[in-house]
Ligand binder design. Sequence first.
Ligand SMILES: Cc1cc2nc3c(=O)[nH]c(=O)nc-3n(C[C@H](O)[C@H](O)[C@H](O)COP(=O)(O)OP(=O)(O)OC[C@H]3O[C@@H](n4cnc5c(N)ncnc54)[C@H](O)[C@@H]3O)c2cc1C
Length: 539
Amino acid sequence: MRRWNGWGDDATSMSLGEAALAMLAARLGPGHKAADARRESLVAQIPVSRLQGAHPLIQTDADSRFAMALGESYADWIRKRFGALPPVPDGVAFVESAEQVRELLDLAQRHNWIVIPFAGGTSVAGHLDCPLGERPVLSVNLSRMNRLLHLDKRSQLATFGAGTPGPLVEAQLRAHGYTLGHFPQSFEYSTVGGWVVTRSSGQQSLRYGRIEQLFAGGRLETPVGTLSIPSLPAASAGPDLRELVLGSEGRFGILTEATLRVSPLPEHEGFHALFFPHWDAAEAAVRELVQRKLPLSMLRLSNGIETETNLTLAGHARLIGWLQRYLSWRGCGEGRCMLMLGVTADERSARQALREARQLLARHGAVHIGTAMGSKWAANRFKGPYLRNTLWEHGYSVDTIETAVDWPQVKPLMLAMEQAARDVFAQYGERVHAFTHLSHVYAQGSSIYSQFVWATAAGGFAPNFERWQRLKAAVAATIAAHGGTVSHQHGVGRDHAAHLPDEKGALGMATLAQLCRHFDPKMIMNPGKLLQDGGPWAS
Ligand SMILES: Cc1cc2nc3c(=O)[nH]c(=O)nc-3n(C[C@H](O)[C@H](O)[C@H](O)COP(=O)(O)OP(=O)(O)OC[C@H]3O[C@@H](n4cnc5c(N)ncnc54)[C@H](O)[C@@H]3O)c2cc1C
């Protein structure tokens, strides 16, 4: 069963070995273990629903409503763990068809309710926050719209119900010999619709593309009508309406189905680990490799601190000790950086791409150690987030912040993001363990994905929330100062909305606000997300 106050299925857990705990203690000091709040005591505090008896599809019991109130951001996490109850929707409707969505949107418009679409609930940017106010809030849960509706093998197009989660997408396609190839780390729970409206990116985007490239068309139920977007191989028929759906974060309407570009299952897939002596060599190698446009599926480059952290977390101290000595002997000592390289293709192209890639990387000092670590990574590719649970149990908090920027700014921004975090925690007399990887690389630049681990503060929700807010604000300001995007893959939500005007500019924000008003004149759809309430563009 899915955990209510942590990541993932409660049958799965990840342990931290002695070496990892010693590393945390040395870098951060002892953790602060906090007692967990009980779910029942939170549910018991939920006020009476304002939507009782409103429609047969709407459930108003406190238990169902509570499950729709929170996502997976750090703020959501500490609300659950410390028992700080947020506002909760008044009702939840488990819809099964576009017609039911239409009926509920019409009703919500008539009665001036707020509507929040809820899919996998894996948002890490406050997309699902429920506003507190006069208007009743309806959560529309899409989890029952989870089927492959149509597969056109000739055109390699598959149409899914928008609530289909990753495992069901792949299982239904693999039965026909196809894959979507979209593997965000939240794959177990996140859904087709969630991916599209938050502009998600999967681990093998280098081969399959981001969701923007995979999304061919679909159907959006908006408060003012249905927007049907045909799937065409290409068109020069004016602006592309898919762009109105991508990144819309539930503001323009509810995506009920999506047609996606799928691929035949690959003949060969392998993940290789390579090490570089230092960051500059590694970054130059990866940049040259991606600009060469070889048919690779993944390039994931860890900086020195992340590399050492991953090696420590791997356990098997004797084996890792041997590897470290071997790498030092080959010129990759302290400060070494690990690259995980994925090759996904037919056998012949895979062999050729790997040969060319290894030759190029070797010119930058790379040491190839084969596929053992890569295979382990692939087997555990969705397990990393389970460490959040284990860290918390040992008294440590963790969060991630990500962006993307052109190549000249990649290293300065990476270093500045880590430093900004260290400066914030220094104000509290604390330390933070900050480390980074480039997970999605492009010819033009790269995403930057930083992770931060710190000792959870004593004192419950308020001090921990304050630290997290300061961390987010400081790193966001650093990103803006270096010309990075507000988000490469997690979206805007409520947590990043204040920074969006820096990226879009006044006219850009006014355009987005006008689109909201066009599709949603009564502003019933997911207010406060993407566009902050009360900004100058709001009037
Ligand atoms: C551990 C972890 C790892 C993650 N890794 C990645 C990653 O590798 N790559 C990545 O891109 N993201 C990642 N994320 C972020 C998150 O998984 C994505 O943003 C995902 O796309 C959200 O999908 P969801 O189905 O869970 O949507 P939800 O969280 O339920 O909703 C997100 C937003 O989309 C809206 N929405 C959802 N479905 C619809 C719909 N059908 N119509 C209209 N609006 C809708 C909601 O109202 C909300 O505003 C990760 C999150 C976690 C917790």
